[in-house]
Every structure is written in C-alpha cells, then in structure tokens.
Write a protein that binds this ligand. Structure first.
Ligand code: NAD
Ligand code: UFG
Length: 341
C-alpha cells in the first residue's frame, strides 16, 4: 500500500504536529500550504525533530491549475486536509472570504482528488458544528448545523455536508470528519507550537503573548457564567494527542463517512487554565475580568467514547503537560529571536 500523504495546511499549528507523527510512523509526507498563517521555517523544525524534511508546495487551494499539477506529480494514497482560515471574529466581518477560502478551497481539493483517483480524506472539523445543544457533552449522533454562531462555524458544517454528498455520489470515497475540541500545547521538543501571524483570538496564544509581554493583560471574558468559578469551560486537548488521533484514523478509514470527536472528555475553566499556566511558569499571569464575548457558550466538552472504542485512541497528556510544552516553545522562540539580533 502506498504510504504517500498530502497534508494541506501542514505548516500550520495542528498540521505540523501531525506531519511529525506521520513521518515518525514511516509515511511519505508532502505539504501544501500558502503560508498565510504559518512560516516556512516550520519545515526545518520538522526536519530537526524527525530527521526528514517533507516536500513542500507553497500553493493555494483556490488555484486549480497548481492543484492539478501537484496531483499529477504524485499519486497520493490519502489527503489530510487542515488548510483553512479559522479566526471566528474575522469570519463575521469577512464571510465571503471564509466561504471562498474554506469551502471553495475544499471543493477544488475534492475535485483534484477525484480527477486523480485519490479517494481517502481526513478533514479538520470542529466542535463548533454542534452549535447549541441541550447537553454540553457533545456526542457524534447529535444534530449539527443548528444555531451556529458565525460564518467560520458554518464553513465547517457545509464542508462536512459536501464531503457526505461526495461519498453518496461515489461510494468508494473514504471520508473522516474529525471534530476537534480546543487544541493547546506544543511539541515537547519546544520546536513547534502555535504561532499565528497577526493578532490571535484563541485563549492560549493570548496567554502566551501576555506571558512574554507582547500583550499587557489577558481579558477573561466573563466570570458570571453558570459554572463553578463563573468562567467558561472547554475541553482542552494537547496538540500531540490530537495529532495522534489522525494516525489512529488513518488506520481505520473505510468506504463511507466516519465522524469522531477528538477531545479529552474533561472540561477546564478559563481560571483553571490561568492557574495551570501560572503553576508551570512560576509567575503570575496578569489578567482582568472583562465583559462576556458575544457567541461564547458557558461550557461544552467532548464525549470521546466513540474514538476510544472504534479507533483505540484516547488522550494521554494533561493540561500540565500542555503548559510545560507551551513554555518550552516560548523559551525556544525567545532564544531564536535573541540569536537573530
Ligand atoms: P493554522 O492556521 O495554524 O493552520 C492552517 C494552515 O492552512 C495555515 O498554515 C495556513 O497558511 C493554511 N491555509 C489557509 N488557507 C489556505 C489555502 N487557501 N491554501 C493553502 N493553505 C491555506 O490552524 P490550525 O489551528 O492548525 O487549524 C488547522 C485546521 O483545524 C483548520 O481547518 C481549523 O479550522 C481546524 N480547527 C482548528 C481548531 C483550533 O482551535 N486550532 C479547532 C477546530 C478545528
Ligand atoms: N477567552 C478569554 N479571553 C480571551 C480569549 C478567550 O477569556 O482573550 C475564553 C473564551 O471566552 C472561552 C475560552 O477562553 O471561554 C476559549 O476560547 P477560544 O477562543 O480559545 O476557543 P473557543 O472555545 O471560543 O473556540 C475554539 C475555536 C472554535 C472551535 C472551538 C471548538 O475558535 O472555532 O474552539 O473547537 F469551534
């Protein structure tokens, strides 16, 4: 069986960690990314960790001709599709860009796959597709697509539906929709981590910027939610555990659509995340209580049973591991920037 995999968005945060796991498991990995939200230096970091530098195409999924050329060059066994825009707030301001990039890009990718006989795809979906549910513990059987808070979330929902339709039209297609909860942490080597271009909007990248002084204080969005300490609770999953979920999925692909939550099953509050970071760093993290952020739900987390039973996958790393690895990544970045001065 061919072990050639195309990873779209492979220089990004989750993609780069997954590429490391793939190479370590003996897959031949090629990356396609337009570097909109990642850096070319990630390729050297991957090489430092694994001893192999993956082939890289600086390309955009919206460019059909280049996609066709890439699929002509190599006969892939499967595709792992991370590439997409993911800033929730920005998606409200620029919905068409999100639809064009995420949905348009994915349609082009599926077309290229079909034209070149590649029929296996793992897609980065999100817990966001569940929208508002009666229970905060999300199970794969719940209906999706209702009351989604933003265009970003809708792109994930629409792409899930497009991939389901693709399978209906061609029963040989093997599709996995992986619904990630909240990825955090970094590679234990400190060489890879979350380093978004521009202003971040997720909790951990902001915590990181507060800790190294790039942002003065963390705004905690509300402490009057109906949770034990009043702050929102989420299911934070270490990015290395998440990457390993893709490995388990690759071993279990079969014709049709498979849907899995990838989360820990254990929620933590914003205050608990701050405390864990402070414990790991030994320093107070400056923060203040701000108003609630529009669209935030009080709490939700994964029911990860299906992945455990069917894929034999479950998380192994803790919040404390994620904080330790995040600090290692921050320290490495600091040393790099000092050595470049
Ligand atoms: P990321 O921004 O670090 O990685 C995405 C990569 O895709 C970037 O390197 C970017 O340059 C690239 N890209 C974007 N549009 C492209 C295009 N048109 N053509 C080629 N490359 C393109 O994000 P991430 O956190 O690693 O997320 C990966 C995937 O997982 C995304 O689809 C995201 O929506 C999804 N996801 C992320 C989270 C999260 O909290 N990080 C949660 C759920 C789902
Ligand atoms: N938060 C703060 N201050 C900040 C940023 C975040 O208090 O500066 C809080 C939020 O209110 C929320 C928690 O930290 O309670 C996590 O917020 P994130 O923005 O990191 O993550 P979300 O849970 O809002 O959403 C993220 C992605 C969604 C995805 C979801 C589940 O942005 O697209 O995880 O995968 F659907």
């Amino acid at each position: 069986m061919s072990r050639k995999i195309l990873v779209t968005g492979g220089t990004g945060y989750i993609g780069s960690h997954t590429v490391v796991e793939l190479i370590n498991a003996g897959y031949e990995v090629e990356i396609l990314d337009n570097l909109f939200n990642s850096k070319i230096t990630v390729l050297n970091r991957i090489a430092q960790i694994t001893g192999k530098k993956p082939k890289f195409y600086e390309a955009d999924l919206r460019d059909k001709a280049t996609l066709d050329k890439i699929f002509n060059d190599t006969q892939y066994d499967s595709v792992i599709h991370f590439a997409g825009l993911k800033a929730v707030g920005e998606s409200v301001e620029k919905p068409l860009e999100y639809y064009e990039n995420n949905i348009g890009g994915t349609v082009n990718l599926i077309e290229a796959m079909r034209a070149h006989g590649v029929k296996k795809i793992i897609f980065s979906s999100s817990a966001t597709v569940y929208g508002v549910q009666e229970s905060p513990e999300y199970v794969e059987t719940m209906t999706t697509g209702g009351q989604l808070a933003n265009p970003y979330g809708r792109t994930k929902y629409f792409i899930e539906e497009i991939l389901k339709d693709t399978c209906t039209a061609d029963p040989e297609f093997q599709v996995a929709l992986l619904r990630y909860f909240n990825p955090i942490g970094a590679h234990p080597s400190g060489l890879l981590g979350e380093d978004p271009n521009g202003i971040p909007n997720n909790l951990m990248p902001i915590v990181m910027r507060v800790s190294d002084g790039r942002i003065e204080k963390l705004a905690v969005y509300g402490d009057d939610y109906p949770t034990a300490d009043g702050t929102c609770r989420r299911d934070y999953i270490h990015v290395v555990d998440l990457a390993k979920g893709h490995m388990a999925m690759l071993d279990h692909l079969k014709p049709g659509v498979a849907i899995f939550n990838l989360g820990t099953g254990q929620p933590n509050s914003v205050k608990e995340i701050i405390s864990a970071f402070e414990k790991a760093s030994g320093k107070a993290l400056p923060h203040y209580i701000a108003d609630r952020r529009a669209g935030d739900l009080p709490e939700f987390w994964a029911n990860p049973t299906k992945a455990k039973v069917e894929l034999g996958w479950q998380t192994e790393l803790t919040i404390d591991d994620a904080m330790r690895d995040t600090l290692k990544f921050l320290e490495h970045e600091k040393q790099q920037s000092l050595s470049q001065k």
